[in-house]
Structure formats: structure tokens, C-alpha cells
Design a protein around this ligand. Structure first.
Ligand code: ZN
Length: 341
């Protein structure tokens, strides 16, 4: 996409209320000082409250109620993993006004580093991402490999899976990995109503917040499919949408060596690698992972989370964010899409 032709001025509006009078400042400062003590006290209390509610996950859909019996499905961990006390977030302010046409939305988001196919294509860093989990059998095995090789990754979780297996998500986060939003039940979001899109994204962000104490900042639409309504919602919620530029279609179980070679052939500076820890038999993915990690390290790449990748993006991202691999096919004129889960 040619971003040079886009008038980005329109996407950087001044925030309302930027001009504040001196009197207002004095009043505000006094109020802040007066409330500071009580805020410090309540912050600790609120944090504790979030932790206590982490296993009480409910929804209006009876099919999606959390089981709450996590000990039997998380055999790798004998105790509930600790959640870090500080939880950084990259949630952003909405871009306003936000365009209505899909390609203009993507350009606007890319100019703010809010829609990524890759990281910095001039830095030898790579992000591993795992979709469709957590899965009680495969996710612990992937976490074990990541720990063994001291790699931090990003897990795009399906909300109802988070509700079923909260301890796995806590472990992902406690290990230093990021947890992203991959919708509640993995539909093609472009086929849903606005209210349904709201529910899919909000329910998932909420359940992740209940489990790890912080809302996810990163969002990956199922199948990589977006339309204007999906991106409008992601923008309003301050989410950064992450696609990918390196995948092996591991969901089709083509064989361990095929998965490894496909990933390694596409890998390069700033690559965002898509693999899966849920949604089917992921034993081939797990078997391929050590080869992928060790080979890419030998080539000089460093593995980073999406958060680090975002920090390392150039300040003027437009010319570096054009996709080097655009997922295909596009299913309809109103949406952009990719195959695979
Ligand atoms: Zn998926």
C-alpha cells in the first residue's frame, strides 16, 4: 500500500482540552495532592481484588462458562503461577477522526504503528506468535520449549479458551510472554454485526484482564480477516492489530520438517511468525520449534515480544510497514483476508 499519497495530517488531530488555564491547573494540582494518599491506598486494594476475581469468570452464554477446575487440566504446574505486580500495557488512544474506508483505516493505523505485518525490517529481531490457545495439552509443551531456550513470545488467545484454562494464561504471562486478544470464539469477524464484533473483542479482553490483571494491547483477528467495522472497533478500544508475514500453515499438519523449512525460508528482519498452540494437533509445531529457534539464532536473530518489536519500530513507519507478504485470498470486496486459523 502506497502510504506516501495519504494526507496524514488528518489523522493527527489536536486533543480537545489541550489548552488549560493557570487557574484550572492550580485547582487540579490541589485536588491531586488531596487525593494522592487515598489513591495509593486504594490502588493496592484494587489490585488484590483483581487477583481474587481471576478465577471467577462468567458469561451469559451457558456454553462458555468457565469450569474453574484448572488443576486437572494444567498438569505441568503444581501451583498457580505468580502474576507480575506491574503490568505494562500498550493500549493507545483512538485515532480520531477515523476513516471509513478500509484501506484508509489501515494506512492511518500503520502511520501510528497500530497495524503491523512486520516489525522493523532493518533490525535482526523476530517475534514468535502462537494462536488459538490456550490448549491444556499443547500450550504447556510450547511454554516448556520457550523456557528451555529462554525465548519470550506472544500468545493470541481465544477468549473462551482463556475462561476454561486460566492457569495456562497466567503461566504464559508469568513467564514473560505477552497475551493478546484473538476473539471469543474464533469467528470470521467481518461476517458479524457490530454488536457481535463488540462482544467478541470485549469479552476476550475482559476475561484476559480478569486472569492476568491487565487488558491485552494486541489484537489478531481470526484468519487475519478484517473489514472497516472490525478496524473501527479495534481503533476505538486502543488495540494494536497484528497480522504476520511468516507462517507455515502448521494447522494443516504438513510435517515437522516442512513447518520448520517454511518458517525459516520466510524469516527475515522484523518477521512476525505465526504458529498455533491450539485448535488441533500441534505436536508437529512443537517438534519444529527447537529447530526454528536454534537456526534463527545462528543466523543472528533475536527473539522479542511484540511489545519490544513495537518499541523498536521507526518513528516514521509508513515506508517500512508495507507488507512483504500479504495473506491471500481476499474473500470479498469489503474485507481483507488470509487463509488458516
Ligand atoms: Zn486463529
Amino acid at each position: 500500500m502506497d502510504l506516501e499519497n495519504i494526507d496524514r495530517q488528518g489523522y493527527y488531530p489536536r486533543r480537545a482540552g489541550a489548552k488549560i488555564s493557570r487557574t484550572s491547573l492550580v485547582i487540579t494540582l490541589c485536588a491531586i495532592l488531596g487525593l494522592l494518599g487515598s489513591l495509593l491506598l486504594t490502588m493496592t486494594e484494587n489490585y488484590t481484588s483483581v487477583q481474587q476475581s481471576a478465577t471467577t469468570i462468567t458469561t451469559n452464554d451457558p456454553d462458555l462458562v468457565a469450569t474453574g477446575t484448572t488443576s486437572a487440566i494444567s498438569p505441568t504446574y503444581k501451583t498457580t503461577p505468580a502474576v507480575p505486580k506491574t503490568s505494562p500495557t500498550n493500549l493507545q488512544l483512538p485515532i480520531l477522526p477515523f476513516p471509513t474506508l478500509l484501506w484508509e483505516q489501515i494506512a492511518a493505523l500503520q502511520s501510528h504503528n497500530r497495524f503491523l505485518y512486520t516489525g522493523n525490517r532493518y533490525l535482526p529481531e523476530i517475534a514468535l506468535t502462537f494462536d488459538d490457545g490456550p490448549n491444556p495439552y499443547y500450550t504447556p509443551k510450547i511454554l516448556a520449549v520457550l523456557r528451555q531456550y529462554k525465548v519470550k513470545a506472544t500468545f493470541f488467545c481465544v477468549g473462551r479458551q482463556v475462561a476454561h484454562y486460566p492457569n495456562l494464561v497466567k503461566q504464559e504471562y508469568a513467564d514473560g510472554n505477552l497475551v493478546g486478544n484473538h476473539s471469543w470464539s474464533h469467528p470470521d469477524l467481518a461476517l458479524l454485526t457490530n454488536d457481535e464484533i463488540d462482544s467478541q473483542i470485549n469479552l476476550t479482553s475482559n476475561v484476559i484482564q480478569q486472569v492476568i490483571g491487565v487488558k491485552p494491547a494486541f489484537f489478531r483477528p481470526p484468519y487475519g480477516i478484517v473489514n472497516a467495522r472490525v478496524l473501527s472497533k479495534a481503533n476505538l478500544l486502543g488495540l494494536t492489530t497484528i497480522i504476520w508475514n511468516d507462517e507455515a500453515r502448521d494447522w494443516a499438519t504438513p510435517g515437522t520438517s516442512v513447518i520448520a523449512s517454511r518458517i525459516l525460508n520466510l524469516a527475515g528482519d522484523g518477521a512476525i511468525i505465526l504458529m498455533h498452540d491450539g485448535g488441533g494437533d500441534r505436536s508437529q509445531t512443537i517438534a519444529a520449534l527447537p529447530t526454528i529457534i536454534t537456526t534463527l539464532r545462528l543466523r543472528g536473530y533475536q527473539f522479542v515480544t511484540l511489545q519490544q518489536m513495537l518499541k523498536d519500530l521507526p518513528k516514521r513507519p509508513a515506508s517500512t510497514q508495507a507488507p512483504i507478504f500479504v495473506p491471500t485470498p481476499v474473500p470479498s470486496p469489503s474485507s481483507a483476508a488470509s487463509p488458516g486459523p
